[in-house]
Design a protein around this ligand. Sequence first.
Ligand SMILES: Nc1ncnc2c1ncn2[C@@H]1O[C@H](COP(=O)(O)OP(=O)(O)OP(=O)(O)O)[C@@H](O)[C@H]1O
Length: 806
Amino acid sequence: MAPRQAPRHGKATNPSPQNARTLKRKRNEEELSSLTQRVDELDPKNRLKVFSELPISEPTLSGLSASHYRGLTDIQLRAIPHALKSHDILGAAKTGSGKTLAFLVPVLENLYRKQWTEYDGLGALILSPTRELAIQIFEVLRKIGRYHSFSAGLVIGGKSLREEQERLARMNILVCTPGRMLQHLDQTAEFEVSNLQMLVLDEADRIMDMGFQNTVDAIIDHLPKERQTLLFSATQTKKVSDLARLSLQDPEYVDVHETASSATPSTLQQHFIVTPLPQKLDTLWSFIRSNLKAKTLVFLSSGKQVRFVYESFRRLQPGIPLLHLHGRQKQGGRLDITTRFSQAKYSVLFATDVAARGLDFPAVDWVIQLDCPEDADTYIHRVGRTARFERDGRAVLFLEPSEEESMMKRLEQKKVPIEKINVKAKKQQSVRDQLQNMCFKDPELKYLGQKAFISYVKAVYVQKDKEVFKVKELPLEEYAASLGLPGAPRIKFINGENSKIQKNKPRALAALSGDDDSGEDGDNITKKKSEVRTKYDRMFERRNQSVLADHYSKLINDDGTVVASGQVNGTTDDEDDGFLSVKRRFEAGDEDLGKGLDSQSEPDSGMSKKDDKIVDIKGMEPLIVDSKRREKLLKSKKKLLKYKGKGTKLVYDEEGNPHEVYELEDEDAFKARGNALEQRNKFLETQVEKTRLADIADKEVVKQKKREKKEKRKDRDRELNDGKQGSAAILVPYDEEKNLSSNDGLSEEYSEEKPVTKKQKRWSEEIEGKARTESNKTKSIRSQNAQPIEVRTLEDLETLASGLLD
Ligand SMILES: Nc1ncnc2c1ncn2[C@@H]1O[C@H](COP(=O)(O)OP(=O)(O)OP(=O)(O)O)[C@@H](O)[C@H]1O
């Protein structure tokens, strides 16, 4: 496939079509050899400042200029010449300094000069540690490569493997995450990488670290040794072992940091505040309320914390749109959130480190690190989401007093200029009471809070740098209270001292204080030591059973005893080893599993006993719980339904005895009460009256709710008006607030939370009519080349991935 050339000027002649083709080919060959010669003669020491001076092809130049890139950034002008000359590169430059183009331009150019076609297979592989970053790289590639005729794809999972497999064989350039790539290398027979010319690792230090180590090593095993390798990151190390793993050959070290006085952009103002753990949320809330006209990214250490803070703050309605992003969200949702945050003018995004690297959100005003980053590198990547490409930005790091000293040392070593500031105590607002109130009323929120608490403590506990992270010094009880929790959930892994205290506590006291069943993930301390307990036992001991999946709740009797596994033979074996711990067969209509353990039902009904552990099933497959897969099946609510009988509704009398809703009474007793017709009419009358009264009560409840809502709204408005008189928290420099700038983003204006943007028509819908057939699809993608379409959904990207640039 010959590449399309950008339009050129020249005198028009009228040669025959064949001659025209020959002439064109000749001209292409001449241009190509001249380009190759210019690259050979290029001296990387000559720092060429604009793209048009570089020996790069017309299609790339046109793509760059159509994307408004003219001059080169520091890292680009140092790295691109080397990369064009096919050298291996180890590139390090500050966040937001333009590393993406530093590898994408050489990728396009080196394949172009080799006249790469679809028949040559995969020419370049670009690895990214996260899906979001891969998508972003793909977008930039799509923009600057629009005049090339390469095919490019995005392989990040989320689609069926088969669909991806069909497309992969046709790709010249792939942007992917390591896990999915390895899956294809292992499982897609037609996927041929023996011809690969270039391997790029963006955020290389992350890709080479522990989490991805095995996957990346396995990918590299598949790739040819003779290739060009480019590594880029904002925090690069020159670990010899890593370079050996990648078989780099005499790499060029392009380190823009070495000459810089700081590791972070000069346009970034960095501060830290020391906040005791229990005040963190109050301070964050006060900060958000003071910065309603800003775009803020808040980093937390785990997805569960992100969810809790997002959910609770959302309910408190701060007056700015809130978003949240963590790795457990579905891919489509994650893309939607990143797009919404990118497009938002004012918003707060709570995120885990999934958003820490590489993401290029435009115009972020503040980066808040609510939880201390694991190391200085992570700090640098997080703050790098603001002050990108010569823009201003501000970052605030929240530190627990026990973290301050050591973390400051770490940052100093990495040349991070950061200043201490204080929060004006009198301006601080507290949300503790509201959180307590919300957690009290809403068990789901409380449950989330407990999970958030545990995950925070776990996150601190597992940190490698024990000088910074001292879990024992954290005021955990107070912290739990600050989240609105009634007490600190017990945590197994820091049991050392705690468990001793608990063990020594008199049993009666423990029982009275409710400690025996405290803690989400904690063990039940009153359990006999010798008892073998599974994770299912622990699951049943948790608080807030109501917020667990329904079928778990149904597996628990009124008195809290677990009976699901025990009634196989008509006897409960609560004292047994625990749920699913022995091999058993359950009948398809098994009352125990199926009916939610209706205590009225005959445990043996419908079953005939074959032997101690096996129960025959009338006309249905027996279920053998003998593997993890089977255990999993039992956890699936949908699949369990298969074993459920039809539920029967019961009503309870004054003494608490259950009855069928309609029980047939004794005929003689019925007749003794009088004429049947009269009884019927009387019954109807009483029911009508009951309904009328219930209706009145319902209406009253609705009215009451409306009144409460109105009151709340009024209170809020009042609060806001008070806020206008200056109750917002202000961050001020440590040395007596002297640098407090008037444009701190402080704002009194209140705006109702609303979606950031109106949902736009999806591009995939717009081209739906045209894109029915494969050829039509290709055509419509081509037609977008001149002006790239806006990608709003994952499907859009995947459609594009099927034939980018062609
Ligand atoms: N030559 C250039 N001229 C103008 N803008 C540029 C240039 N190169 C990059 N940019 C812009 O700078 C911003 C940051 O670029 P990029 O995302 O490549 O940074 P990065 O160094 O990869 O950052 P990080 O380390 O956070 O991944 C982007 O918005 C990009 O469009």
